[in-house]
Design a protein around this ligand. Sequence first.
Ligand code: NAD
Ligand code: DAU
Length: 380
Amino acid sequence: MKRNIMITGGAGFIGSHVVRLFVNKYPDYHIVNVDKLTYAGNLANLRDVESAPNYTFIKADICDFDGICRIMQEHDIDGIIHLAAESHVDRSIKDPFTFAKTNVLGTLSLLQAARLAWEDGGWKKGDVGCRFYHISTDEVYGALELSEPEGVEPPFTTKASSGKHHLAYGRDFFREDTKYNPHSPYSASKASSDHFVRAFHDTYGMPVIVTNCSNNYGPYQFPEKLIPLFINNIRHGKPLPVYGKGENVRDWLYVEDHARAIDLIFHKGKTAETYNIGGFNEWKNIDIVKVLIRTVDRLIGNPEGTGDSLITYVEDRKGHDMRYAIDSSRLQRELGWEPSLQFEEGIEKTVRWYLDHQDWLDNVTSGDYQEYYEKMYHRG
Ligand code: NAD
Ligand code: DAU
């Protein structure tokens, strides 16, 4: 089947994994990666697919409604996977306006442009993947408490509605019908964009789908986020700034498992529905930090415990959500998706990747990759 799929934010962390998966797996699809290349966007994430015949990169801002309409027309776009966003909570606390602009207005501009393309009849009703697929986050649901059954120290083994046992730090989970309750400017902007997406279905009948995923980790994540930042700091003997007491809990998923879920849901998910995506893999921040220290020290040949002295407790993040825990049973039950990697295996792979790609880390932190873009796309 021939399809022209626009993927926004494809030069970012998760987007680059989704672009790579689609370009390689679907030679009949034309994948149009639309990305503004903010500090978080990096074409070096896609070197291995940049010359593929079914791939086009376009530098564009999703807030530029006319520009996006033109791209949709020129490339006859008939399906969208929307990942472009400002994604870092700490930045949203310092600069909420940029988050409202990109995440709310940018999504709205993309929705309007998509509506025109869809109403023009370019999107065949019922065709697989002719839809606006919006990638969202578990942070829109707010925060869960740490809780424990009487007499049992967390993490304790619990049973999700999928019937599987896993470790958890509380009894409650975010489900698809959990009420939105965002706390940070980032999560408020993502919640708002989710509402706009659903409103376009309820008002205009547009075929949309929304997924809410937990924390991703893996290669190509910008080193301002916990895992790549700490790997890099441990390697260079720099302090590891742990917010508060390090007791906050996140549910971690290997990024390629998220990309696989996106592929499955884009093709087989029910229109106008929501699916939660998560790893059933809860960890306290401080425990992740200890795993990272042990792994990096072992791989670079430091005596065990060398990195422990780098742990530095710093002032807590403002409004820091205590616990996120996604229940992704629906996705497992209805579409048969499961995370493929155990966390220990995923962390080992991830640490090895960053240690082997110091040049990538240096480039993204120095801004040199912008020169790469200029050379690639503005020759002469
Ligand atoms: P990222 O910050 O690594 O990448 C974002 C990408 O969007 C970059 O390539 C950037 O250049 C691009 N972009 C930003 N503003 C743009 C604009 N105005 N126009 C066009 N492109 C623009 O983000 P990520 O971590 O890969 O997250 C991707 C999506 O997944 C986001 O919507 C995020 O909310 C969501 N999400 C992320 C996680 C996670 O753990 N990282 C978890 C759940 C959901
Ligand atoms: O839950 C999904 C979300 O996960 C995504 O929607 C966001 O785009 C993504 O950035 C991520 O948000 P978090 O705030 O959970 O990720 P971050 O890596 O920034 O932080 C993870 C935890 O580690 C969090 O509790 C804050 C803490 N932390 C983070 C940093 C950067 C520290 O203690 N020190 C740090 O230096």
